[in-house]
Write a protein that binds this ligand. Structure first.
Ligand code: NAI
Length: 259
């Protein structure tokens, strides 16, 4: 079995925080060259400095994934500086906490722009190059909201369902060109994004009633799944969604305290 990713070039969007940062670190630990693309300049600087200080090959670029031109420039810069891109993990994303009846057009559009179009812009730009070269692998970070609904997260869930349709379609278009693309669907992961809406007490309630494994995911556990899908160990896996959710999507009623 070949998990070896050494010497390959990875792009990680949203790579400066949370799951993306864990992917950047894990990819570097596998001796991949890593390009961290994120719109948070301070976080990009910190992530890049950390990886470079540890002796890894890393390029940090401040990029807004909603802007096609800045994505195209960044992808060209990565190839000029690190070489041909072998792998993409698209983690950049935002969330929300608004009931449907209170949601504005602007909030809906922002969610779609970042979580949906922001996946398309990057996958298209890198996909063109991978298809031309005849190899490459991508992972798009979806969510358990790729599988089902979520109270006060209708726009978020709509975008996360959408990326699965995008990934399935791109997998069909790119399969014969040797380019694979899959979704990793995390459950509740302990990151800055989760902490914007979960205090410890809320987290405990969610875990008690919904997560068979009874704990939050560590970001590194999401990174492990992404690296597996990028590696040749997953050479016949494309167009699928891998839930990394501690069992969250396995059933309906999770705890005998509710019966
Ligand atoms: P995070 O907030 O820690 O990291 C997200 C990163 O994306 C940040 O560094 C942010 O600056 C960057 N970003 C946001 N908008 C961007 C844009 N327009 N252009 C470039 N970069 C941008 O969040 P976390 O938790 O690591 O989330 C990463 C992905 O995982 C997201 O797609 C999220 O929807 C998904 N996810 C997270 C879960 C969780 O429990 N934390 C659960 C399921 C999915």
């Amino acid at each position: 079995m070949n998990f070896d990713l050494q010497g390959r070039v990875a792009v990680v969007t949203g790579g400066a925080s949370g799951i993306g940062l864990a992917v950047s670190r894990a990819a570097a630990d596998q001796d991949m060259a890593v390009a961290v693309l994120d719109n948070n300049a301070q976080a990009v600087e910190a992530a890049t400095a950390e990886l470079q200080d540890r002796g890894f090959k890393c390029l940090g670029l401040v990029v807004d994934v909603t802007e096609s031109e800045s994505v195209a420039r960044a992808v060209a810069d990565v190839e000029a500086s690190l070489g041909s891109i072998d792998a993409l993990v698209a983690c950049a994303g935002i969330s929300q906490n608004t009931p449907v009846v209170d949601m504005s057009d602007e909030e809906w559009d922002r969610l779609v722009a970042v979580n949906q179009r922001g996946v398309f812009t990057v996958a298209r730009e890198i996909g063109r190059r991978m298809v031309a070269r005849g190899s490459g692998a991508m992972v798009v970070i979806g969510s358990t909201d790729t599988i089902g609904g979520h109270i006060n997260h209708a726009a978020y869930a709509a975008t996360k369902h959408a990326v699965a349709g995008f990934v399935q379609s791109a997998a069909i278009e790119w399969g014969r060109a040797g380019v694979r693309i899959n979704v990793v669907a995390p459950g509740a992961v302990d990151t800055p994004l989760l902490r914007t809406k979960f205090d410890d007490e809320t987290a405990q309630r969610v875990l008690l009633y919904n997560v068979p494994m009874g704990r939050l995911s560590r970001p590194a556990e999401q990174a492990n799944a992404s690296l597996f899908l990028l590696s040749d160990a997953a050479s016949y896996v494309t167009g699928t969604t891998l839930c990394v959710d501690g069992g969250l999507t396995t059933g309906f009623f999770y705890n005998d305290q509710v019966h």
